[in-house]
Design a binder for this molecule. Structure first.
Ligand SMILES: Nc1ncnc2c1ncn2[C@@H]1O[C@H](COP(=O)(O)OP(=O)(O)O)[C@@H](O)[C@H]1O
Ligand SMILES: CC(=O)OP(=O)(O)O
Ligand SMILES: [Mg+2]
Length: 402
């Protein structure tokens, strides 16, 4: 491997580290993997979806060191030129990817209580990686950055303004790296005009959100101050009347922590179906007539369609609706039910195109008479993070990526 020509991308979750090593010139993936159960029992690493290794349970740094040993075996660690880190929340401080230094770390720490489930783990990853690779540039890529273009009317909660001014309580939005990547791909692959286009991206994974993209910029999004607002998700409730939760607290004696756990971990597809948060399981049960699975999928689709309709109102025109994420890319059923629900916008699904296996490029799933195009575009957050890491570190450190 030629010297300094690859990028390491790290995404530290609450108990996992996802990583990718990419070639700097074309972002081809040379190695990728995940360490599961970091800091708990049964820590294990899976590499390239095929190799499974049991690890001694330890800290994030121990887990990262195990990853580095695997990189060394493949003679990749010497070639790393920069490290890109996914950070969920950047608050109002960051509207673009940023080279990490002590000041930036402090800023990230300051906003981390806004997304505690994600940011503290992200921070642990940065600390460990900086310790292991002290001489490399580390770049933070924020989920929230793409949504910093939202106007006050889109990000303001109708609460007393003092809470925004004093505590930063406002909508921030998430999955921005995915929305940005997919919107760029949609403009390129569907031949849209970057300066006159309206796109809605539906990122549907375990976490799910909608983004309205006008002329390449985010103008509205369904997640809020935390990644809880908006769509029905695997285990998250999405929108719910706060009055309902206050009533529940009163009736059951549940504390705020109990309720936070319920709406984040026990709700969504899992809570409604009583069966699973995994859409593959629910689809099978739906076909077999399981009432909970049918209700969960119907509520998911209803909420999704309603948010798509609402987000369309934040655009000046609607050219395309793009499905992405594990569900958006793979679930023929969810796309079919959602597009049928959206007939009011003149969307018409083509069942044959919707059924065709995905290839990696934009694939249109609507018929030629549909007033709006709907397409599937696979997301690639890791690639976007790698591109950002190279862009930011090459400017800052004068590195050329061959
Ligand atoms: N072939 C498939 N058909 C339907 N749903 C799928 C399929 N493959 C993955 N999914 C769903 O995608 C979701 C996970 O999405 P993903 O984007 O991988 O999640 P994460 O947000 O954790 O990255 C799960 O609900 C899973 O059931
Ligand atoms: C912000 C967020 O919801 O992320 P994820 O989908 O990875 O949970
Ligand atoms: Mg994902």
């Amino acid at each position: 491997m030629s010297s300094k020509s690859v990028v390491l991308v790290i995404n530290c979750g609450s108990s996992s580290i996802k990583f990718s090593v990419m070639q700097g010139n074309n972002c081809d993936v040379m190695m990728s993997g995940i360490v599961d159960n970091v800091g708990i029992e049964n820590t294990s690493m899976t590499i390239d979806k095929t190799i499974s290794i049991n690890l001694k349970t330890g800290s994030y740094e121990d887990a990262l060191n195990s990853i580095v040993r695997e990189l060394e075996k493949r003679k990749l660690s010497e070639a790393i030129s920069c490290v890109g880190h996914r950070i969920a929340h950047g608050g109002e401080a960051f509207s673009d990817a940023t080279l990490i230094n002590d000041e930036v770390l402090e800023e990230i720490t300051n906003v981390s209580s806004l997304a505690p489930l994600h940011n503290y783990a992200n921070l642990e990853g940065i600390m460990a990686a900086r310790h292991i690779f002290p001489d490399l540039p580390h770049v933070a890529v924020f989920d929230t950055a793409f949504h910093q273009s939202l106007k006050p009317e889109a990000y303001t909660y109708a609460l007393p303004q003092q809470y925004f001014k004093k505590y930063g309580v406002r909508r921030y939005g998430f999955h921005g790296t995915s929305h940005r990547y997919v919107a760029q791909q949609a403009i390129e692959q569907l031949g849209l005009d970057e300066n006159n286009s309206g796109i809605i991206v539906a990122h549907l994974g375990n976490g799910a959100s909608i983004c309205a993209v006008q002329n390449g910029k985010s103008v509205d999004t369904s997640m809020g101050m935390t990644p809880l607002e908006g769509l029905v998700m695997g285990t998250r409730s999405g929108d719910v009347d706060f009055g309902a939760l206050a009533y529940l607290a009163d009736k059951t004696g549940k504390t705020l922590d109990d309720l936070m756990f319920m709406v984040n971990k026990e709700s969504g597809l899992l809570g409604i179906s009583g069966l699973s948060s995994d859409l593959r399981v629910l689809q099978k049960a739906y076909e077999e007539g399981h009432e909970g699975a049918q209700l969960a999928i119907n509520v998911f689709v209803h909420r999704l369609a309603r948010h798509i309709g609402g987000h369309a109102a934040s655009l000046t025109k609607l050219d395309a609706l793009i499905f992405t994420g594990g569900i958006g890319e793979n679930s023929e059923l969810i796309r079919k039910l959602t597009l049928d629900h959206l007939a009011v916008f003149g969307l018409k699904i083509d069942d044959v195109k919707n059924h065709i296996r995905r290839t990696g490029d934009a694939e249109i799933v609507t018929s030629s008479s549909s007033k709006v195009i709907a397409a599937v575009i696979p997301t690639n957050e890791e690639k976007m993070i790698a591109l950002d890491a190279m862009r930011v570190s090459s400017t800052a450190e004068n590195i050329a990526f061959a």
